[in-house]
Design a protein around this ligand. Structure first.
Ligand SMILES: [Zn+2]
Ligand SMILES: [Zn+2]
Length: 315
């Protein structure tokens, strides 16, 4: 199954000609999840040929404009293009009220249903779950209520080894039982362990999205060992005072969280407009984090498989 992140924006507060504000697509075998929706996201979706009507769930981290100002526009475009499919939006409390007002005074309506899951700091940690993915909210430390999200692939029922069915003359009931993880008891009373009957399951993949936040070690147990961590790095180390004051992180702080959490790969982003050259971001992060560091940029696609790799054909 495909488990791929597409970056649509990597800048902080101000959209510029070279950097859009925060938005990413998580593609789970053509079933699309949108994470944040800064201004201009729908243009980015078109530019990078994302089939936006396939988005069925949207996660918004917080209500600073650079993370959701593109949302009402995208929802409206979905309506104009004839959407009928339901949409789920997971976001901090307040977003529904904002959208309702925009719709009310614009005399607009949607022909598709939007289900809201509005979060507070008291909401359950598991915020979304379906057959293929489960999503937990993550504690971020920012100037307003802000949640990161961890996306984890769910285990599928195990596949039985081909030769086993004939060898033990298994019937339908046996197969179900083995797929559920049970051992097989033979007529002579001996036991065949489950691991000898099924194909070993593939490693389950995970992605954590953490923006915006100041340095927060509370995050570490939540994101331990994820395949890919996106952690904001609004500032370089030289601007650490500014980072602290504005509720953001520096490259070195993002890298320290990645190192403490033993994540496989770190992706940086949410760069302040003051930096044109992003090479120092990579350099500084690599001084602290021992794994690979990716500098996010619009259009970049990252495949999460056995390893985390940049999709060179489409980047
Ligand atoms: Zn932001
Ligand atoms: Zn913010």
């Amino acid at each position: 199954m495909k488990f791929q992140v597409t970056v649509l924006g990597s800048g902080s507060a101000l959209p510029t000609l070279s950097r859009n504000p925060s938005a990413q697509i998580l593609d789970l075998n053509d079933r699309l999840i949108l994470i944040d929706c800064g201004e201009g996201t729908q243009v980015q979706l078109r530019k990078h040929k994302v089939k936006y009507q396939r988005i069925d769930t949207i996660f918004i981290t917080h209500l600073h404009g650079d993370h959701y100002f593109g949302l009402v526009g995208l929802l409206n475009t979905m309506e104009l293009m004839g959407r009928k499919k339901d949409l789920t939006i997971v976001a901090p409390k307040g977003l529904k009220e904002i959208l309702d007002l925009q719709m009310k005074y614009g005399g607009a309506y949607f022909n598709y249903k939007i289900r809201f899951n509005e979060l507070t700091e008291k909401s359950p940690e598991l915020v979304f779950e379906d057959k293929i993915v489960k999503v937990h909210r993550l504690p971020l430390k920012h100037r307003i209520v802000c949640f990161g999200y961890k996306f984890e692939e769910k285990a599928k029922a195990a596949n039985i080894k081909k030769d086993v069915i004939d060898k033990y003359n298994l019937d339908y009931k046996d197969i179900i039982m083995i797929k559920e993880g049970n051992d097989l008891i033979l007529d002579n009373g001996s036991t065949v362990p489950n691991k000898d009957l099924v194909i070993p399951p593939r490693k389950l993949r995970s992605y954590a999205y953490c923006s915006d936040t100041s340095y927060n070690e509370e995050l570490v147990p939540y994101i331990r060992g994820v395949d890919l961590l996106y952690h904001e790095s609004t500032f370089l180390h030289q601007d650490a005072v500014k980072a602290k004051k504005t509720g953001h992180s520096t490259t070195k702080q993002a890298a320290k969280i990645a190192e403490l959490s033993e994540v496989k790969t770190l992706m940086l982003g949410h760069y302040s407009i003051r930096y044109l050259d992003l090479e120092p971001f990579k350099r500084e992060a690599e001084e602290v984090f021992s794994g690979p560091v990716i500098i996010s940029d619009s259009g970049l696609k990252i495949n999460i498989d056995e390893h985390v790799t940049i999709d060179q054909t489409t980047a």
